[in-house]
Design a protein around this ligand. Structure first.
Ligand code: ASP
Length: 345
């Protein structure tokens, strides 16, 4: 019997992996897909059927936006039945935001969506892009002993690890191992072989078909606490016109100043219907807001715990939930639950 030849769709959005140097300014700028693929002749050895789609104008991922996430999601949904897996080539700067957003937008995903990129352009001698691209393709094609896709979620492949997309954060601006998921184990370790961590892989409880939710509501913002934050600045932020949700980045186990004005400003915002979620500024661990008086005051003011969610997951989850047209109290309920493995509850 013929082996099924894996069909993979590469979606090229831009990022360092495909960049070349602008001869006038000396800066790196996104370039087209043909240039990128010409630099990886080894791909032909994989014996996969590979097609690609690219953004009309490939971007530095600093220009990523909810509208472009919708674009990526539509590329995947329109081609979902034709391919076994998808590889998204993306800049590293906002990769964790994109991975988180796609994980919420692609409901009932049962195929791999592997996002990768590189720290050095693919045309450079020491590039990490070639290896990342080839490994991402192999992971997108991998199946289990029953022939089902090994990875059935949105994941980031970078250097030696495969991470759950909505658990990942960019940790380094210059290390080849640029990403990490501090509160969840790696989905695979890449060494001489690709070693999957079966227990960590997401398996959807539903067998229903792909259910795309393309609309995101961007009326959310992040407020980072720091010693010296004044009442005037905080109140100004909390009165941002149109704002529906706020990610409050707190200290340690979810702590915030205990000044009366601080708690009053937060509870006033909550009573105006703004949803506020508590996310720790720490890279490891999560919010345990009942532990200290300084955290408990936020609970009493109506702030909900983000547990061990990343900031990237919390922002995109809020955009997704408000994008569904849910009320503030419905959004609060869902924020506290794990929708797609983004939080430990
Ligand atoms: N600025 C680039 C980007 O995010 C960085 C990278 O790709 O690593 O598009």
């Amino acid at each position: 019997m013929d082996r099924h030849q894996p069909h993979i769709l590469i979606i090229y959005t831009g990022g360092t992996i495909g960049m070349i140097e602008d001869s006038e300014t000396g800066t790196l700028k996104p370039f087209d897909f043909d240039h990128l693929i010409d630099n990886v002749p080894k791909i032909k050895k994989l014996d996969y059927a590979i097609n690609h789609i690219q953004f009309q104008n490939p971007i530095d991922s600093s220009d990523m936006s909810p509208a472009l996430w919708e674009q990526i999601v539509s590329y995947i949904s329109e081609n979902y039945d034709k391919y076994d897996g998808f590889v998204v080539l993306h800049g590293t700067d906002t990769m964790a935001y994109t991975a988180s957003a796609l994980s919420f937008m692609l409901g009932n995903l049962h195929k791999p969506v592997i996002i990768t990129g590189s720290q050095l352009p693919i045309g450079e001698v020491r590039t990490d892009g070639e290896e990342n691209l080839i490994t991402a393709l192999q992971i997108a094609a991998a199946t289990d002993s029953m022939g089902f896709p090994m990875v059935q979620e949105v994941a980031i492949l970078f250097e030696n690890y495969l991470w759950r997309g909505n658990r990942s954060t960019k940790m380094s601006a210059d290390n080849f191992n640029a990403f990490k998921s501090n509160n969840y184990p790696s989905l695979a370790k890449i060494g001489l072989g690709i070693h999957f961590n079966q227990e960590a892989l997401w398996r959807s409880p539903s067998r229903r078909p792909l259910d795309v939710k393309p609309h995101l509501d961007p009326n959310v913002m992040v407020i980072d606490l720091f010693p010296g934050l004044t009442e005037g600045i905080l109140r100004h932020q909390l009165h941002t016109p149109g704002i529906k949700g706020i990610i409050l980045r707190t200290y340690g186990a979810g702590n915030a100043p205990t000044d009366e004005w601080f708690t009053a400003a937060i509870s006033d915002a909550v009573s105006r219907g703004i949803v506020i979620i508590n996310i720790t500024q720490c890279a490891n661990g999560g919010v345990n807001d009942g532990r200290y008086y300084a955290g408990d005051r936020l609970v009493k003011a109506g702030v909900i715990s983000g547990h061990d969610m990343t900031t990237e997951a919390a922002i995109t989850k809020m955009m997704y939930l408000f994008g569904l047209g849910l009320t503030a109290s419905e959004v609060k309920n869902y924020l506290g639950c794990s929708l797609i493995g983004e939080v430990t509850v």
